[in-house]
Design a protein around this ligand. Structure first.
Ligand SMILES: [Zn+2]
Ligand SMILES: [Zn+2]
Length: 120
C-alpha cells in the first residue's frame, strides 16, 4: 500500500475577523426621534393643538378660536380682529397689540379702544 499522503501541510484558514471596523450598527438604537411639532393649548377651550413650526396663528379645530403663537409658551395667545376702517379687511393680531397694520392697504389703526371695552 503506497502511502500517498502528500498532505503534509493541512491548509489552515485564518479567518481574520475585522473586529476593528464597525460596520453594521444600523440598529434600532440609532433611530432619531421624529421631529415633534410644536403644540399649544387653546386659550378658549383648552384643547391641545398641534401646529406647523413657524406658524403665527393656530386655529382651534374645536372652537374655531384663533390662537396666537408665542415663542416659548404652550398656551395659545388671545387674538383680536381688527376691521380696517379704510378697506374693510379683517386683520388678525395678537391680543394686546395697540396698533395693527392692515395687510391689505397698510393702514395702521389704533385698536386700543378694543381693550377698554364698551364701558368707558
Ligand atoms: Zn378651542
Ligand atoms: Zn385696509
Amino acid at each position: 500500500m503506497g502511502t500517498n499522503g502528500t498532505e503534509d501541510k493541512l491548509p489552515i484558514f485564518f479567518v481574520e475577523n475585522p473586529d476593528g471596523t464597525i460596520d453594521g450598527v444600523a440598529g434600532s438604537d440609532s433611530i432619531a426621534p421624529p421631529p415633534a411639532n410644536p403644540r399649544l393649548w387653546c386659550h378658549h377651550c383648552n384643547t391641545q393643538l398641534e401646529f406647523a413650526a413657524g406658524a403665527s396663528y393656530v386655529q382651534c379645530y374645536l372652537c374655531r378660536t384663533m390662537n396666537a403663537v408665542h415663542t416659548g409658551s404652550q398656551l395659545g395667545g388671545r387674538t383680536m380682529n381688527m376691521l380696517c376702517t379704510v378697506c374693510g379687511t379683517s386683520n388678525l393680531a395678537p391680543w394686546g397689540t395697540a396698533y395693527v397694520r392692515c395687510g391689505q392697504c397698510n393702514t395702521v389703526s389704533d385698536v386700543t379702544h378694543i381693550y377698554t371695552g364698551p364701558n368707558r
